[in-house]
Structures are given as C-alpha cells and as structure tokens.
Design a protein around this ligand. Structure first.
Ligand code: CTP
Length: 371
C-alpha cells in the first residue's frame, strides 16, 4: 500500500504558509489492512481512519458519485484498485487536488501547481457540480487567498452559476451553510466571500435580503469592522446592519447563527434604527442615552457592549459618530453607580430600581454640554 499527503497541507506548504492539519490518502489497502496496522476507523460506512500515534486522518482512496440533491446521496466506492488520480479527480479545486508521495515528490495530475502559481481557483472536473457546498468553499478560499491575488476562474464561475440556476443551493441545510459562513467571516478578506456568492447568484438564495440596494453598504460595514475586530458576531452584525431590525434578526435566526451572534445582530440593527430617530441638530439627550444603555444591557454585558460600539462605529452615519462617543462615556460613568450604597440609603424593591435609574440619568446629564 502507498500513502500520500493530500489536500490543504500540500497547497499551504507550496504557498509557504503554515500547515494546519495533514490529511492522507492510502492506495492499495482494504479496511482490514488498516485495522490490522492499528488504525482506528472513524464512522461506520466511510473509509477514513485515524493513525494510532499521530491521530491524523488516513482515508482509503475513493470515488464518489452523487444520487439525488444537495449534500445527501453520495455513493462512495472505495477498494484497493481505486487509484490516487481517481481520488484526486473527485476533489473540488485543482489547488486542493495535489499530493506528495513517500519521497516527497509532487503528484499533480490536474495542474494545481500551475494554478497556484497563477492564482486561479479552478474546479478539477465536472464532478465539482455534485456538491453544492463547494460553491461556498470556493467563495471561502477566494476570501482567504484574495490578498495573495487569487480569483475564481471564469469556467468555474460559469459552472457555479449553472449549479445555482439548477436549484442546487436550495438544498443545502442551514447548518452546513452557517459552518462555511462562519469560517468565511474569519478569513482575511471576508467581503470577497459575499462578492463571489453574489457573482454566481447564490447570495440571492442564501441571504436574499442583501439585494443590490443594500449589498454595497453591508460590505463597506464588513470591511470596516474586519480591519478592527475579528469576533464572528461583530462581523455578522456589520454584514446584516443595513437590514431592518426584524429582517436582520429573522435572517440570523434562519441561518442558525449562535445566540451570541443573533443578539449582536439584533442590538446593532435596533440601535442603528434608534439612533436614526434622534434629531440631527441636538443629538441625544440623557434619556435617549440611558434608554440605549438599557436596550443593550450595557452594565451586565460590558464586553458585548464594547463590541457593539465597535460595530456601530462602522455602521452609523458620520453625523452620529459623536453620539456613539457620548454613549460610551455614558456607559463608563453609569457603570460606577453603586446599588449597595443606594440600598444603604434605605431604597429597596421597586424604589431601588427607580433610584438606580435616577442616579444613572443624573450622571449622564452631568456629561452633556447643556448641563
Ligand atoms: N474536499 C472536496 N470537497 C469538499 C470538501 C473537501 O473536494 N466539499 C477535498 C479537498 O481536496 C480538500 C480536502 O478534501 O483539500 C480536505 O478538506 P478540508 O480539510 O475541508 O479543507 P482543506 O483544503 O484542508 O482546507 P482548510 O485549510 O480550510 O482546512
């Protein structure tokens, strides 16, 4: 049997970037051979094994053919006679379809090295179309490698458009989509992910609210926050910020984004709407600021509040920037309000709540120039 290093590890090493995990393909072996050598099988019906010492993944060479729509219905054929080239042919992009043999020689039947040098994301074969998740993967690799000059090859973009037109993207389950979106939001140029999805018309299926009238604003906000913060919730909140609050909340929920993300999306859009109602000339009064702090639960969630202020800084109109500054100061000064002191003064129950609010308001008023 022969063992080859494959996929991302070969690609990243050629790009001169750190290799995260290493995946291996084994040719000419049966599951029994692997078990006899101490490998542990992962999953019941998939020929993937873990190395007894390194825990790295060793997959028997396999071909896959799709039956049915979406991510279901793959027929996997794995046997000792499946060649390395057959295994590489079923993969998504040429830059992901290279291997290294035991002598460290590059095995590259689909010219992945040339595409890597020329910065092309190009599909290996028509089998790309059998897995609609690959549209999102390609967009994600575009987002990761755009700073290095990579772009999607024309014929791959054409194939992705065809897949979208055939309705393939409609069959993806939200969990798989979120997994890709979340990873894309962490990439170096996350806006590129959404630009590629827009270019192949998948965005209209996945996030239909981000239509042409809103996309540029959404991407500007995402670009701005990406330069300042890498938390997923801040990036998602920036992306969905141009939507009306209810639509944004609904989308984050439908995407099955984690609660933390859904909450920041909700607060960002609500605050943006709220800030938009303030008079342009006089700005916020103390009561407005206090209500915003109450809405955001700033005292119990100070870190989330800081992230929110960061996102809002990328979202609100320029004329509202001074209000954000005031809001931050209002949060700082009201954080000092000491409930225990007020209790010691005899306030309790509902009256204590009112006294705390009054004290917060008084402190905010003291900050404002009209005071
Ligand atoms: N692959 C594929 N189609 C998919 C998923 C994976 O063709 N839908 C293939 C690609 O050849 C890929 C390899 O399986 O290189 C390993 O997949 P994965 O670990 O998800 O990606 P990596 O390329 O290693 O990238 P990353 O750096 O994001 O882990």
């Amino acid at each position: 049997m022969d063992t080859y290093l494959v996929g991302g590890a070969v690609r990243d090493e050629l790009l001169g970037i750190p290799v995260k995990d290493r995946d291996w393909v084994v040719v000419g072996a049966s599951p029994e051979d692997m078990l006899a050598q101490g490998y542990r099988q992962v999953g019941a019906d998939f020929p993937v094994f873990l190395h007894p010492q390194t825990n790295e993944e060793y997959a028997l060479a396999r071909t896959e053919r799709k039956q049915g729509h979406g991510y279901h219905g793959f027929v996997v054929y794995s046997a000792p006679d499946v060649t390395l080239e057959e295994d590489l042919r079923r993969r998504d992009l040429t830059i992901n379809a290279m291997a290294r043999d035991a002598d460290n020689q590059l095995v590259d039947p689909f010219n992945g090295h040339q595409d890597l040098t020329d910065r092309w994301l190009r599909h290996v074969s028509p089998a790309f179309a059998e897995d609609p998740l690959r549209i999102l993967r390609t967009a994600r690799f575009a987002a990761r490698f755009a700073p290095k000059g990579f772009r999607v090859a024309d014929e791959t973009m054409a194939l992705m458009r065809q897949m979208v037109a055939d309705g393939e993207v409609n069959h993806l389950v939200p969990e798989r989509v979120w997994q890709e979106v979340q990873r894309a939001l962490q990439e170096q140029a996350p806006t590129v992910f959404f630009e590629v999805l827009q270019a192949c018309n998948a965005l209209a299926v996945l996030i239909p609210e981000l239509d042409e009238s809103r996309l540029a604003t959404a991407l500007a906000a995402l670009r701005c926050i990406s330069a300042k913060a890498d938390a997923t919730d801040t990036r998602l909140a920036a992306l969905l910020s141009p939507l009306p609050a209810r639509q944004a909340e609904h989308r984050a929920q439908a995407m099955k984004a984690p609660n933390e993300c859904q909450q920041l999306v909700r607060l960002t859009t609500r605050c943006r709407e709220q800030l938009g109602t303030l008079p342009a000339d006089t700005g916020a009064c103390a009561e407005d600021l206090l209500q915003l702090l109450e809405l955001t639960d700033a005292w119990r969630k100070p870190e989330r509040f800081d992230r929110l202020i960061g996102v809002l800084g990328c979202v609100v109109e320029r004329r509202q920037a001074p209000i954000l500054e005031q809001l931050q100061q209002a949060a700082n000064t009201t954080a000092q309000v000491n409930a225990r002191e007020l209790m010691a003064q005899g306030h309790k129950g509902k009256a204590l709540g009112q006294a705390i609010r009054q004290e917060r308001l008084r402190r905010i008023q003291a900050l404002l120039p009209t005071h």
